[in-house]
Design a protein around this ligand. Structure first.
Ligand code: COA
Length: 146
């Protein structure tokens, strides 16, 4: 993990760096077909919830971020493709778990990299929600508590 990055925590009502976050979200949509939602939905999510992020030191680029709802439901976690495998995702989750007693999320059954990542961090399988995603993919419902 590079040492030159900036950590940011945002509370509901703040929308700092939303443009950089949108660019990263769209990159991942193009790369892997996940995170389909449009800008309006994304803006509501980003602005209304808690955000933990790593940015480049000049804050020009979003390296990675997560959006977590008040009760600890993680709607999105994303790290820029060329920065993956360097501990950014883990670091963002470590920041997040300091603020929530437990965190839950869903991950596509086909997203094996993310499943390994979450399990490695300590998330456990709660359930498999059949056809959870629009395209019919099942969703693994995962939960982390300390
Ligand atoms: C899932 C994601 C956020 C992980 O972020 P990352 O920064 O690459 O993860 P890290 O580098 O912090 O990995 C931490 C640990 O997870 C595990 N891990 C990461 N990638 C893995 C892989 N491909 N296979 C197995 N374990 C893996 C490793 O144990 C790693 O520990 P290590 O540093 O000792 O190797 C990132 O791959 C991503 O943005 N993917 C696209 C978006 C996505 O799928 N988001 C989740 C949707 S639910």
């Amino acid at each position: 993990m590079g040492t030159r990055f900036r950590k940011v925590s945002l509370s509901p009502g703040q929308s700092d760096y939303i443009d950089q976050a949108w660019v990263l979200k769209q990159e991942i949509r193009e790369e892997s077909g996940i995170f389909h939602y449009d800008r309006e939905f994304f803006e509501d999510l980003y602005t209304d919830e808690f955000v933990y992020a790593c940015l480049s030191p000049d804050v020009g680029d979003m390296i990675g971020f997560t959006i977590i709802r008040a009760r600890g439901y993680m709607s999105l976690l994303a790290v820029k493709a060329e920065k993956r495998g360097n501990g950014y995702g883990q670091s963002i989750l470590e920041d997040s778990v300091k603020h929530f007693e437990e965190i839950e999320c869903h991950v596509r059954e086909t997203n094996t990299r993310a499943i390994s990542f979450y399990k490695d961090f300590g998330f456990e399988l709660v359930d498999i929600d059949k056809h959870y995603y629009d395209n019919g993919d099942d969703g693994l419902h995962l939960k982390y508590d300390e």
